[in-house]
Design a binder for this molecule. Sequence first.
Ligand SMILES: [Zn+2]
Length: 134
Amino acid sequence: MWQTVCNSKNQTGHHGIVPSSSQTHKHSLTLNTLHRLRSDHNRLNAYISRIDMDTDPLCRHGCQDIENANHILTTCEKYTNKYLPIKKFFQDNNLNWCSSNILGLNFTLSKSLQLLIRDQLVQFIFNTKIYLIV
Ligand SMILES: [Zn+2]
């Protein structure tokens, strides 16, 4: 779906504009991070511990919870304050606070709402620098 969003954006306004290399970098970093979060194939402990028996699947920040995309996006104590803007948006729009809504995996939500959520998520990804651990 993210790919579709990109394509439609190119058709409606950004066509022909060559982004600077830092914008391109940020864009691909965003897409890669979103993909890794959505697929749950990433560098988080839940996944790594399946391959490497020495890795503890629990959160690296000390939470007694499995470190997966759902944990990082919704309940990790390290990001409690960083969740606030997205949580406020979810409350205002009567959305359940769950990773499938945050990651755009709930296809019953309107496309315009999903785009707004995606913007919030991208802000979160860069505010927290979770692209470094996902
Ligand atoms: Zn945690």
